[in-house]
Write a protein that binds this ligand. Structure first.
Ligand code: FCB
Length: 451
């Protein structure tokens, strides 16, 4: 299965999950620092204080990417490292750090793909209300302009946000992620402010003196299946698809909220004010898809959120995180997004799996399950491309095992094992396997093989 010429093969990462150095060289506190320093929030009281120590070991990790033959790398910038208070003064040492990282990638012919915001909001901005506060849209615009101004000569491809749905829902509705709030009204306001910030962020990047090659966002997506063929369940699946896959995509691309709740108009639900939708409309140059699995839903009138209940299908085929292995989800979503947004290039900005395999006595990590997962998902990706989806790159989540948010260091998603006590890295069997795919731009897979 050959992939299109010039296809990008990379890994994806996020500042908070790998950098560590949480209070070094002038960095400000982020909501994830505060959250992980609060007892009871993270499994085994893990923090991101050191994480993979990427702040000091970036050269080694970038060398590994080059040795694996990867040609692109997705990283994110820490807002509080660049602007400790979230607004006002800039931290030159933070800017210098990212210049060094970007220079290292460029020197090794690895294209940097940079996300402005992968969840580490400066704590001072949470202290004035966080994302539900409309002022944050403007502060975000200023931050985006500064990133473009100082780093734009080194970055061609920007992503404004990583998974806006996840950080608004888990952070403000469910409370499982920072800042740990459980407030439906705040969550709805946060969603709208993030949509405003996205529109302003896209413009700020495009108006910068260094013109970007392309601006997009990495959206969390899942292929939504109805639990049964009933009309009600199918309608529930449509509602859920619009809510979790399109809430930040239809808005930026089409300047309108998708219809998700028949009981309430979006204008009322999101407190849309005059002129907001004009700000929000800022069509992206590419769509980033982060996809791990599918979601099965049923209609349930007793459920407050859209009358939708999630159903957990019976299957033994789950990763160590408990996420269902469902490779066809990738082709289903790629084809559905390609159909809904014709002419817009797609990139898989995240896909991967958590398996806990550790090094054997010989130092080798025999993570066959990850290789099997990747083979099947990539075969589905190839099928989607054959069927017409314009997918131009794939970023595996992730290079090194890292801080997996509320799970702490329990879930290992890396192609490279990280021993968090010694910071020693071990390239897993899957890393070598992925290197072969990247170098040959092809996957060894019999199309007749049963999935
Ligand atoms: C995604 C996040 C990423 C990582 C993976 C496993 O939702 O974007 O940071 O945690 O899940």
């Amino acid at each position: 299965m050959s992939f299109p010429k010039g296809f990008l093969w990379g890994t994806a990462s996020a500042s908070f999950q790998i950098e560590g150095a949480w209070d070094q060289d002038g960095k400000g506190e982020s909501i994830w620092d505060r959250f992980s320093h609060t007892p009871g929030k993270i499994k085994k009281s893990c923090t991101g204080d050191v994480a993979c120590d990427f702040y000091h070991r970036y050269a080694e990790d970038i060398r590994t990417q080059a040795e694996l033959g990867l040609n692109a790398s997705r990283i994110s910038l820490s807002w509080p490292r660049i602007m400790p208070a979230g607004k006002g003064s800039i931290n030159p040492k933070g800017i210098d750090f990212y210049k060094r990282v970007l220079d290292e990638l460029l020197a090794r012919n690895i294209e940097p793909w940079v996300t402005l915001y992968h969840w580490d909001l400066p704590q001072p901005l949470e202290d004035i209300g966080g994302w539900p506060n409309r002022d944050l849209a403007n502060y975000f615009r200023d931050y985006a302009a500064i990133c473009a101004d100082y780093l734009g000569d080194r970055v061609g491809h920007w992503m404004v946000f990583n998974e806006p749905w996840i950080f608004t829902v888990l952070g403000y509705l469910q409370g499982a992620h920072a800042p740990g709030r459980r407030d439906i009204a705040a969550a709805l306001r946060a969603m709208h402010v993030v949509n405003l910030a996205q529109g302003l962020g896209v413009r700020a990047l495009r108006e910068a003196r260094h013109k970007p090659a392309a601006v997009g966002t990495a959206f969390s997506m899942s292929s939504v299946h109805p639990a049964t063929g009933s009309e009600d369940d199918r309608a529930a699946a449509t509602r859920w698809h619009r809510f979790c896959n399109l809430l930040f995509l239809d808005t930026v691309m089409k300047g309108r909220y998708p219809e998700i709740d028949t009981r309430r108009a979006p204008e009322e639900m999101f407190d849309v004010r005059a002129g907001d939708m004009e700000i929000i409309l800022a069509p992206l140059d590419f769509i980033g898809i982060n996809l791990y699995s599918r979601t099965v839903v049923a209609d349930d009138k007793n459920r407050e959120t859209l009358n939708v209940r999630q159903v957990h299908p019976e299957t033994k085929n789950r990763t160590d995180f408990g996420w269902e292995v469902y490779p066809a989800a990738l082709s289903e979503i790629a084809l559905s997004i390609a159909k809904d947004y014709p002419g817009v290039p797609l990139y898989i900005t995240e896909n991967g799996c958590s398996y806990g395999d550790a090094p054997g006595a010989d130092g080798r990590v025999r993570d066959e399950r990850r290789i099997d997962f990747n083979r099947r998902y990539l075969a589905e990706l190839w099928r989607a491309i054959q069927a017409g989806a314009d997918v131009r790159g794939y970023f595996h989540w992730t290079l090194t095992d890292n801080f997996e948010w509320a799970e702490g260091f329990e879930q290992r998603f890396g192609l490279v094992y990280c021993d968090f006590d010694t910071q020693r890295r071990y390239v897993k069997d899957s890393g070598r396997w992925y290197s072969g795919i990247a170098r040959s731009n092809a996957l060894d897979f019999d199309p007749n093989e049963k999935m």
